[in-house]
Design a protein around this ligand. Structure first.
Ligand code: ZN
Length: 226
C-alpha cells in the first residue's frame, strides 16, 4: 500500500452469514468504493447461494464476480457437490463431516489471489473461522498463514489474507454483524445445508446459525422474515 493508491480488497462471498459479515467488515475498513467481491460457482448443489451472493453484494453496493470452477463434483465424495450423497452430521474416522470438500478454501483463495493480482488488489478477506466449526482444517489460522506465504512466494506479491472471524464464536460473529450494520443483508443470506428457504432449522448449519443468534439475543432477519 502507498499513499497515492487506496488499498483495495476482494471479499470471498459465498452468500452465507459469515462471508456477508466479512463484506461489511471490509467496507468499514477499506470503504465500499475499494471493495469488490468474488463468488465461486464450484458446482454446489444449492444454486441459490449464487443468487444470495449477488443480492448481498448489490445491497452493499459492491461489485460481484462469479467465477466458474466446476471441478469438485467431478472429484466427488462430498455432500456439498455430489448429489448422490446426503448431508449428514456423522463424522468420518478423521473427525470430519461429509460436507468437507477437500482443499476447497485453498483452491478458492488461490483463485481469488490470481483474480486480485492483475487488478492490483492486495487484500483478500475470507470468513473462515476455527472456532465453533466442523473442524475443517482448511479454515484454520495456520493454514491461512501458510497459504498467504505460498501465494506471495509464487506470485511475488504482497497479498494479505484477512480473516476477521477466525477466533470469534458464532455469537460474537452475530454481534459483529450487528455492529457493522450487516443485519439487513442477513435476510438475503443462505446457510442451510439442505438448501431450503426458509431454512430447514434442522441441519447442522441451521442449528449453528440459530444458536449464534439466540446467544447474541438478536433475531435472525432471515428466520423472522419467513
Ligand atoms: Zn438447514
Amino acid at each position: 500500500m502507498n499513499d497515492l493508491m487506496p488499498a483495495k480488497a476482494l471479499v470471498v462471498l459465498s452468500g452465507g452469514q459469515d462471508s456477508t459479515t466479512c463484506l461489511y467488515w471490509a467496507i468499514k475498513k477499506f470503504a465500499a468504493a475499494n471493495v469488490s467481491s468474488i463468488t465461486f460457482d464450484y458446482g454446489q448443489r444449492h444454486r441459490i447461494e449464487l443468487d444470495c451472493a449477488r443480492e448481498v453484494a448489490a445491497l452493499a453496493g459492491v461489485e460481484n464476480t462469479v467465477l466458474p470452477i466446476n471441478t469438485f463434483s467431478a472429484i466427488g465424495g462430498d455432500a456439498l457437490t455430489d448429489a448422490e450423497i446426503a448431508v449428514s452430521s456423522k463424522v468420518s474416522e478423521a473427525g470430519l463431516p461429509n460436507t468437507f470438500v477437500p482443499g476447497r478454501n485453498l483452491i478458492f483463495l488461490t483463485f481469488a489471489a490470481a483474480f486480485a493480482y492483475p487488478r492490483a488488489i492486495e487484500n483478500i478477506v475470507t470468513g473462515v473461522a476455527q472456532t465453533d466449526y466442523s473442524g475443517y482444517p482448511d479454515c484454520r489460522e495456520d493454514t491461512m498463514r501458510a497459504l498467504e506465504t505460498a501465494l506471495n512466494l509464487g506470485m511475488e506479491s504482497s497479498l494479505s489474507i484477512h480473516t476477521p472471524l477466525m477466533h470469534l464464536s458464532k455469537r460474537e460473529t452475530v454481534e459483529l454483524a450487528s455492529e457493522l450494520g450487516a443485519l439487513p443483508a442477513m435476510a438475503l443470506t443462505h446457510t442451510c445445508y439442505n438448501g431450503e428457504r426458509p431454512p430447514c432449522g434442522r441441519c447442522p448449519s441451521c442449528e449453528l446459525r440459530a444458536r449464534g443468534f439466540a446467544e447474541a439475543g438478536i433475531d435472525d432477519p432471515l428466520v423472522r422474515k419467513s
